[in-house]
Write a protein that binds this ligand. Sequence first.
Ligand code: CAA
Ligand code: NAD
Length: 301
Amino acid sequence: FVRSFATSAQRANAFNHVTVIGGGLMGSGIAQVAASTGHTVSLVDQDNTILGKSMNGIHKSLERVAKKKFENPAAGEAFVKDTMGRISTATSPITCVSHTDLVIEAIVENLETKKKLFRELEAVAPEHTIFTSNTSSIPITDIAVAAKRKDRFGGLHFFNPVPMMKLLEVIRIPATSDATFDKLLAFGKDMEKVTVSCKDTPGFIVNRLLVPYMLEAVRMVERGDASIQDVDTAMKLGAGYPMGPFELSDYVGLDTMKFILDGWSKNYPDNPLFKPSSLLDKMVAQGKLGRKSGEGFYPYK
Ligand code: CAA
Ligand code: NAD
């Protein structure tokens, strides 16, 4: 009896070629994990300077993963090199999408921008290509109106940092076919994530609970109830969270937090949990976006 251990790269994946559009925090992480689990990946963003930063970030993150995963440094180096070799970059999605099996959209959290992108993709993607969005807060149904292939449309919501966070929320809309949904669940497994599903409701499961919590922390500070540092210490040591709500807001990006809140407060004006925050608005206006800009609730320079 010989047991064989197939690596994820040798195993047959549900999809072969994946196009990730948006090479920011999330797109980079998604592209990295897709490539390290044997997919060939095209990573698309607006210009080569951004893509250069994305590829650098992926390389650094892969080195951290390799250090944990392989005792033998040569095996670690080979893993990093193989994974990087499976990712190519492009400044337009048109060419890569013409031969892709799965599109994962991870661009800015703005409905009109996302719809415009999917309208363009619909014209060039082959019939079999499945479209998905990694949106944090916008109903998938609202984005899918831009595409004809509604039976091949769904949500794949990853968590930051993608290489470390084990969860993937897989969302179907009423029109999503069973075959598409099954393939998205299989893809989650291929990506070595644990999948959960829920209705196409605002924030799905995690953000519907997490974002109001993070915003209530901001409101506590706005009211003068407690300091940023004390709230973070309290939630780490008193509730066992790995990061306090302000550290986490900086990690997620304050611009993304504001996009989420603006969308929800416009669509659900009567829900007090989704009320805008003047502190968040002010910080974003000052360019304090969190870790990605070098300053948020904390400095990172
Ligand atoms: N890539 C690869 N490995 C990473 C990594 C990355 N980006 N970040 C952390 N690691 C690994 C490394 O192995 C690291 O060890 P080394 O430093 O030796 O390489 C190890 O994790 C521990 O990391 P740290 O010492 O830096 O810090 P930590 O122990 O606090 O772990 C963390 C980091 C996993 C991010 C942890 O703090 C955490 O889980 N934070 C909460 C994250 C969270 O809640 N994410 C969800 C945000 S909400 C969201 O994503 C949805 C949305 O739509 C807004
Ligand atoms: P980010 O700002 O780090 O990256 C967005 C990237 O998209 C940027 O590099 C930008 O240049 C690029 N972009 C914008 N418009 C584009 C277009 N038309 N074509 C190609 N590229 C374009 O943002 P992020 O944090 O990676 O978030 C991306 C998406 O993922 C958002 O929908 C967000 O809500 C969602 N999300 C974010 C997190 C988080 O923790 N930050 C977690 C899960 C999901």
